[in-house]
Design a binder for this molecule. Structure first.
Ligand code: BEZ
Length: 193
């Protein structure tokens, strides 16, 4: 499964021959860039919405108690805000390995805050991958996140970093912020959310 995902991504050759490629990040890539990049710019993609529907048994959970991490799912008219990185093709080999748990590269139009746009890539985990968990209420998602931890740390840390990074960008995401409120309630019951 992991090897298959990496192999599929390596066959994704749309940008072969390009010295530089824009990558759109909507999850941990917004706040954690552990790779070299040439430029980094706030950006968005249209027709997609961020959802904590992907299971994580290798980063933010375990096979016995998987966590939940972000993917994007199609939604007409939706705008997903995030961060774009201009990277060299070699960096994809690193990311293919880091994001091997079901995330596939897809080409997309990336819009920048100044109104310009470019074609680039995004990693998505769709319902066909084995780790996909799918929809649940934001309260149930928060309950699962509150319990989960993996080699990369507590699942709640991922959610809270993402919410913080979106605020820093001046962006809102009702799904992420609702899970954040539920998490706060779960860790401090009795306080107003
Ligand atoms: C992202 O932030 O876009 C991302 C992070 C992990 C896996 C795939 C995508």
């Amino acid at each position: 499964m992991d090897a298959a995902t990496i192999a599929i991504n390596q066959r994704m050759n749309k940008f072969d021959g390009h010295a530089q490629v824009w990558l759109f990040g909507y999850g941990s890539l917004i706040y954690k860039a552990d790779f070299p990049y040439i430029a980094r710019r706030p950006a968005s993609i249209t027709g997609w919405t961020r959802r904590f529907w992907q299971g994580s048994h290798d980063h933010r959970g375990t096979p016995m108690a998987p966590g939940r991490v972000a993917t994007i799912v199609p939604q007409a008219g939706a705008i997903c805000d995030g961060m774009a990185y201009l990277i060299t093709p070699e960096v994809f080999a690193h990311l293919d390995h880091r994001e091997k748990n079901g995330y596939l590269r897809l080409s997309t139009v990336i819009s920048f805050d100044d109104g310009s746009s470019t074609e680039g890539l995004v990693y998505i985990a769709n319902e066909e991958n084995a780790a996909f968990l799918g929809a649940a209420s934001e309260l149930d998602i928060a309950r699962q996140i509150a319990r989960a931890a993996g080699p990369s740390g507590p699942n709640s840390e991922y959610l809270l970093h993402l919410a913080h990074a979106l605020r820093e960008l001046g962006k809102t995401d009702p799904h992420v912020f609702a899970i954040e409120r539920h998490l706060a309630q779960l860790s401090h019951p009795g306080t107003a959310g």
